[in-house]
Design a protein around this ligand. Structure first.
Ligand SMILES: [Zn+2]
Ligand SMILES: [Zn+2]
Length: 394
């Protein structure tokens, strides 16, 4: 079957690249993927997929569909949204929309999964169950994650595992990277308001200096990761911004606002950092005669890969690409809303390299010159199809 899937992926390679270019030229930002959704849904209907469901999160964005028959069901996921960014590449398939661009490779994800749909349709009679395709909107949104909207819309009903691939420009094209257990970080956001008593810059004794409290808080926060978290656990606490209610040479400001982010891989560490921030902020501000108001929001959970399914993904990748092309990934401090699927059923997220300096596809994700080496895309389609066939056969 492996050779057959590989040959089919080669057969559809040109179509996969064409589709990717179409999506690249017609990008839509999170929760606006109406046309992208239409194109995908039409293609799935043409292929004869079952249960084609369109529209999630009370929008017309996102599609799910099934291929195959039987009780066992495995889901394959591609996110489809673009970013609010100007495409600065000089290529024939450049974005046709000012200020919108596929700068994270989600165009390639959608194209690879459509390729997989074609392959799976051709081997449908050999599938010992169903493959559910998840074309998910709004991965980049953060506050209204598309993954959760799909789950709320019933996309995981009957599903016993989810697999997803991200194209990575930082990984050489054609290389595949996996990691068992914690893989991508949880992203939390925090906002702090420190309120003191404003006054004249010449008479500090008449004020409670909110600036002075903010300086102490800023450095005290840096002790949390370094002094309270084990060096074996990766964590980041960053201050992203700081501003005073006045910015005048002879005024002590009444109030200071600070905000920032926290990245962790384990809930225990996340819990500890939130508790420590509340304790440190309150203690320091009280000592400085100021009032602290901290708002801490858990935005995206950590992506944690199921060890058993990771093993299956790894062996499928080795068979398909060759063992020398399959490597263990480092922990990634960025985050992914794929993590929501992993909270419901065993899930595995992995990276397919699309980086190639000679083809100018080694720019960072979310940058204006981001591109992918399209010669790797048929491999992603083959990975999706082979994993699904293999998982259903077990
Ligand atoms: Zn992104
Ligand atoms: Zn992405």
């Amino acid at each position: 079957m492996l050779e057959k899937i590989k040959a089919l992926a080669r057969e559809y390679e040109k179509e996969i690249v064409e589709r990717r270019r179409y999506f690249h030229m017609n990008p839509e930002i999170s929760w606006n993927e109406v046309e992208t959704t239409k194109v995908i849904a039409e293609e799935l209907k043409k292929l004869g997929c079952d249960n084609v469901k369109v529209g999630f999160g009370e929008t017309r964005c996102g599609v799910t569909a099934d291929i195959g028959e039987g009780a066992k069901c495995v889901a394959l996921r591609a996110d489809i949204d673009a970013l609010p960014l100007n495409d600065e590449k000089d290529v024939p398939y450049k974005s046709q929309k000012a200020g919108v661009m596929h700068a994270c490779g989600h165009d390639s994800h959608a194209a690879m999964l459509l390729g997989a749909a074609k392959i799976l349709t051709r081997i449908k009679s050999s599938l010992k169950g169903k493959a559910r395709l998840l074309f998910q909107p709004a991965e980049e949104h953060g506050m209204k994650p598309g993954a959760q909207a799909l789950i709320d819309g019933g996309a995981l009903e009957g599903v016993s595992a989810v697999f997803g691939i991200h194209s990575m420009s930082t990984v050489p094209a054609g290389e595949f990277q996996y990691r068992s257990g914690p893989f991508m970080a949880a992203a939390d956001a925090w906002e702090l308001i420190i309120t003191g008593k404003g006054g004249h810059g010449s008479t500090p004794e008449t004020s409670f200096d909110s600036n002075a409290a903010a300086f102490q808080v800023g450095s005290a926060l840096q002790n949390i990761v370094s002094r309270e978290i084990s060096p074996r656990d990766a964590a980041v606490l960053s201050v992203g911004g700081l501003r005073s209610s006045s910015y005048v040479f002879n005024i002590i400001p009444e109030r200071v606002e600070m905000l920032g982010s926290v990245r962790t891989f384990r809930v225990q560490v996340q819990d500890h950092i939130e508790e420590a921030m509340r304790r440190v902020v309150k203690g320091v501000c009280e000592a400085m005669r100021c009032k602290a108001d901290l708002k801490y929001t858990r935005v995206i959970p950590a992506t944690v890969n199921d060890p058993e399914i990771t093993e299956q993904v790894k062996s499928v990748a080795e068979d398909l690409l060759g063992a020398d092309k399959v490597k263990e990934s480092e922990l990634i401090m960025g985050s992914e809303d794929f993590s929501y699927f992993g909270r419901v059923v065993p899930a595995v997220f992995a990276n397919l390299g699309v980086g190639n300096a000679a083809k100018k596809s080694d720019h960072p994700h979310h940058s204006a010159k981001f591109d992918v080496d399209e010669s790797a895309l048929y491999l992603g389609a083959a990975m999706h199809a082979t994993f699904a066939w293999n998982y259903l056969s077990k």
